[in-house]
Design a protein around this ligand. Sequence first.
Ligand code: SF4
Length: 343
Amino acid sequence: MHVTMVKKRLANGEPCRKCAQAEDLLKNRRLWNRIDEVVWADENDPASPGSVLGARHGVAVAPFFIVRDEDGTETVYESALKFIKDCLSEAPPTIQSRSVRDLDVEAVEADLKGRHPSEILRWGLEHYGASCGIAFSGAEDVVLIHMASALGLPFSVFTLDTGRLHPETYRFIEQTRKHYGVEIAVMSPDPIALEAFVKQKGLFSFYDDGHEECCGIRKVEPLKRALGRLSAWVTGQRRDQSPATRSAIPVVERDRTFSGIAGSLLKLNPLAAWSSKDTWDFIREERIPFNPLHERGFVSIGCEPCTRAIMPGEHERAGRFWWEDTTKRECGLHIANVKPPSV
Ligand code: SF4
């Protein structure tokens, strides 16, 4: 198989934005080395090699990909995602699928503790594949999506749309979806429960009587639905995020709050031992996209009314639920960090 990628060069000499995005996508998926040649279609030159190829194949927009098989047959793809899916996807590796219920979690934790986050993630994906879902909201979670993409193993991603996120966060979700070419399951609150809650208590009741009820409807119930389809979930929790609630989180644990598709649910925290600096060094080195709010003093980002920028020297969770006691600043997703387990 021989692959030609045709890119469009604008009059100013730069590649067109869509072509640059397609190249980034291939690089992010570690597939750039599968392109045998790049041919340019110059914006103002119908005789440029890429323009000639476009005319020959009846394609008016770049980028596009020409795949020539051994027998000389040529197929043209105008979608980078379809090209990747049809031509570059390896046969899915065999998932070893281990029952979560019968798993010796302490032994797995002892084995994985101290390993690089990517290795911890690999263990989860090798055993549970797409039934292992990355919970996406913050910078740490994109690090995990980046690592999972590089591993080349099946995985899934979900995010919780509370309806109260910053506009920047919604755009960031879309940017991540396109950047990695991944499907993101966007989980919304139950509209009937939400409508009744807002009708009775308004839009800002959490400032008066705590965040638990609102988070319960907008976050916890949709999370339960997302987790009910999975065997394991992956979080971006780090121990240094909150001395009050996260200082003891293991890299792998049995979820004591939520249930998975077959009852027992595994929770992986591959970044547990990483510091904020480790995370941001990795983001910069790997050129991982991040929420632009981070450049405006926001560190830990949740819903717009419950997140604020912090001052230099303040702890990163100081910008979340700042009107509440520090030991209660978990939103229900990781409530086992706060409350002793009931079983
Ligand atoms: S973080 Fe705030 S707005 Fe978002 S669900 Fe919780 S209480 Fe509601």
